[in-house]
Design a protein around this ligand. Structure first.
Ligand SMILES: *Cc1c(COP(=O)(O)O)cnc(C)c1O
Length: 456
């Protein structure tokens, strides 16, 4: 008889990971190095140290250490909201009448409302340790900015956030949460930076993009003494910090002898997915186990499924190093009617390499289907999901329905990255039937690819 699995599997505090897992150590083909756009040579630690905190540069370049200890100060902060629950979606299974067993790792149980706090606290800690005054960053939907504001106030650091203009206007409450934690929030593009003024001149009336906001935040950091830039996704170091999600998930599953068949995550810059799958991918890379791993991205911003695997700028203003990744081109700006988050033009270099090597799959979902899945999930499981998270829900439901057809009782694990309380304008548009799906044409993408930098 099957052992009764509780609705929620919580690890004990002393079972929480004491080290992050660095999947790059197990990759035969390492992610390609960041390149200096001026020289075309790999960025050195010294060059990166102008923009990023020293210790984080070390983590960014570390392709060899399998485990990196989590400092005690970070673990203490983690304990305020972790371990996060691994939930058996009994009610969703019942509703779908599927033989599939569905689990989700819920990362929305903290005030910032998402998994981003896992990396924010680490990045703020290392900035403080280096004796910096503060950090600058960008935020799109606002979760990263919120998480970083919380982390900075905890360590007494100054926090400057450039927020994509369309979100700044659509999500005034997000902005106020950040200000509550003491952050200074500027809509991007703004006229407070040189690159912002340049972008405004070239694209008057633009609603902004993450790429623009990154350029502004980097310029602000490098032009102010005692400041560094921090980023909430995409980078290797962020995936490393987020491995806490996957390590907890695996430990919880192991306690009940559960082996997933399919692991699903939404993919914007790839940090939650990279973190969730990390230990499972490690087993796969070492040839110990096999799993189906699926990245879900919005049809309106399809980096994996329709992008190019090429060196590209990480930002619109082209001030950042070049990263080899699946990209839509740094000039790509998703349609302003796109509400589902996950708007970044590129994808984590680590995940890009793993995807290119065939270790994972990717698929897309249109936003009306994503909100349908979000609503169906909320009505049975109770949690009001972030639109980003709902991309994973959509595909988890699709896979569970396939199991219903074939009668297979597969075990599906997906990442529920956060809550959607600040996305009610988007939910409103969905409920009113005003939400539309925009899928970029091949011609539009070609136009953007044509501007990819030439790298030999
Ligand atoms: C930022 C965010 C994402 C997407 O970012 P990744 O780096 O791809 O994980 C997904 N869900 C939520 C709730 C987010 O805040």
């Amino acid at each position: 008889m099957e052992q009764q699995i509780p609705y929620k599997i919580y690890l004990k505090e002393n079972e929480m990971p004491t080290a992050w897992y660095n999947v790059r150590a197990d990759m035969k083909n390492k992610p390609a190095p960041l390149l200096n756009p001026g020289t075309g040579k790999p960025m050195t630690a010294d060059e990166l140290g102008v923009v990023f905190c020293k210790e984080l540069v070390g983590q960014e370049l570390n392709d060899t250490d399998r485990y990196i200890p989590i400092p005690e100060e970070i673990r203490s902060f983690y304990k305020m909201y972790r371990p996060s629950p691994l939930v058996r979606a009994y009610c969703l299974e019942e509703k779908l009448q599927t033989p599939a067993k569905i689990y989700y790792k819920f990362e929305g149980n903290n005030t910032s409302g998402s998994h981003k706090l896992n990396s924010a606290i680490a990045q703020a800690y290392y900035a403080k340790k280096q004796g910096l005054k503060g950090v600058t960053t960008e935020t799109g939907a606002g979760q990263w900015g919120t998480a970083l504001s919380m982390a900075c106030s905890y360590f007494g650091l100054d926090c400057k956030v450039y927020m994509v203009k369309v979100s700044y206007e659509q999500k005034p409450f997000r902005r106020e949460v950040m200000r509550t934690y003491g952050a200074c929030v500027t809509p991007s593009p703004s006229d407070t930076t040189e690159v912002g003024r340049k972008i405004l001149a070239e694209f008057p009336g633009t609603t902004g993009s993450l790429g623009c906001a990154i350029s502004e935040a980097v310029e602000d950091a490098v032009s102010h003494e005692g400041y560094r830039y921090v980023l909430g996704s995409v980078l290797n170091q962020v995936l490393l910090h987020q491995s806490v999600i996957g390590l907890e998930t695996k430990a919880a599953l192991d306690q009940y002898g559960i082996t997933p068949d399919i692991i699903i995550g939404c993919a914007g810059g790839g940090s939650n997915l990279g973190g969730l799958i990390a230990p499972f991918m490690g087993e796969k890379l070492r040839g110990e186990k096999d799993y189906r791993i699926i990245a879900v991205e919005p049809a309106s911003c399809p980096s994996f499924t329709r992008g190019r695997f090429a060196y590209d700028f990480c930002d619109t203003g082209k001030v950042c190093p070049l990263a080899k990744m699946y990209t839509l081109g740094s000039g790509f700006i998703p349609a302003p009617n796109h509400a589902g988050g996950l708007r970044y033009h590129g994808m984590s270099a680590t995940l890009s390499q793993l995807y290119d090597d065939g270790y994972m799959e990717a698929t897309t979902a249109v936003q009306t289907d994503v909100f349908k899945a979000a609503e169906a999930f909320a009505r049975v499981e109770g949690i009001l999901p972030a639109p980003e998270s709902a991309h994973a829900i959509k595909v988890a439901i699709d896979e569970a329905m396939k199991c219903k057809e074939t009668g297979e009782a597969k075990t599906i694990v997906f990442g529920l990255t956060g809550t959607g309380y600040f996305d009610m304008v988007a939910y409103e548009r969905f409920h009113n039937g005003e939400m539309t799906d925009y899928i970029p044409t091949d011609a539009e993408l070609e136009q953007s690819f044509a501007k990819l930098p030439k790298v030999n």
